[in-house]
Design a protein around this ligand. Structure first.
Ligand SMILES: O=C(O)CCC(=O)C(=O)O
Ligand SMILES: [Fe+2]
Length: 252
């Protein structure tokens, strides 16, 4: 699809639509000094709300490109992933000894379905030029489907980056920062990054299942002092404003 057609549905403060190449820089990364923007372009679908309500951060309708069957296909995949996300979240919460009522934090959930394209990295790649710079996911659970190109690595406890070989029959499941906090640090939010050094185009499709923006995030059981209560919406706003031009207060 030509760039100018994609730009008709370019991402705005509701974070839905086309995210052009190099539109985000992970300046908040705790794992690397990141100055260069992520070398990817993508399409973002979030929860479908009738309107963008000023009282609910990141609410709004999705933005659809003029492409026959695109919306229907994504909506079908998204519906299935919302069901899977809720099931896995319930299991995670149960494993932490949290009450059933904790699930209310995810009603409705903040969901993000992203279709990502990473072009091949240049042959002379600067050390700090990433497809996706070292980061942790900021929500609760991520379900990542990728093609067979590879390039995803996770940070091991000893500081080395371990390759995550692609598998056609499985999702890579990541714990995000909010589930890390809710679990009191028992479930770790794993740092990861993408460098596409294969010379091939790489495609991936993460689905993020996160709390509602109004949720207060704190350890669900045990000692709470290490992770003071945090409002998910406020946290998200800080992250997105820091990383995306479309979220800077003077752009909105
Ligand atoms: O493309 C990938 O394999 C990872 C993407 C990712 O980490 C993210 O979107 O948060
Ligand atoms: Fe990620």
């Amino acid at each position: 699809m030509p760039e100018d057609v994609k730009r008709k549905v370019e991402v705005d403060y509701t974070h839905r639509g086309y995210i052009p190449m190099a539109a985000s820089t992970d300046v908040n990364s705790d794992f690397a000094k990141v100055t260069k923007p992520n070398q990817s372009s993508s399409f973002m679908m979030m929860r479908e709300d009738a309107v963008a309500s000023p009282d609910i951060y990141l609410s709004g309708p999705n933005k659809w490109p003029e492409l026959v069957g695109f919306r229907e296909t994504l909506e079908r995949y998204n519906n299935e992933m919302c069901v899977l996300g809720a099931r896995m979240m319930r299991i995670a919460l149960r494993s932490l000894g949290a009450s059933e009522a904790t699930m209310e934090m995810f009603m409705p959930a903040t969901t993000w379905l992203r279709l990502l394209h990473y072009p091949p990295a240049p042959a002379q790649r600067p050390d700090d030029l990433y497809g996706s710079a070292p980061h942790t996911d900021f929500g609760a659970l991520t379900f990542l489907a990728t093609d067979d190109v590879g390039g995803l690595r996770v940070l091991a406890a000893d500081g080395s980056w371990i390759d995550v070989p692609p598998r056609a029959d499985a999702f890579v499941v990541n714990v995000g920062d909010m589930l890390h906090r809710m679990s009191g640090g028992v479930l770790r939010s794993t740092p990861h990054r993408v460098i596409n050094e294969t010379g091939r185009e790489r495609y991936s499709c993460p689905f993020f299942f996160d709390p509602h923006v109004s949720a207060c995030i704190e350890p669900l059981v045990g000692e709470k002092t290490t992770f003071p209560p945090l409002n998910f919406g406020t946290f998200l706003r800080g992250e997105l404003e820091a990383s995306y031009e479309a979220h800077k207060p003077d752009t909105i």
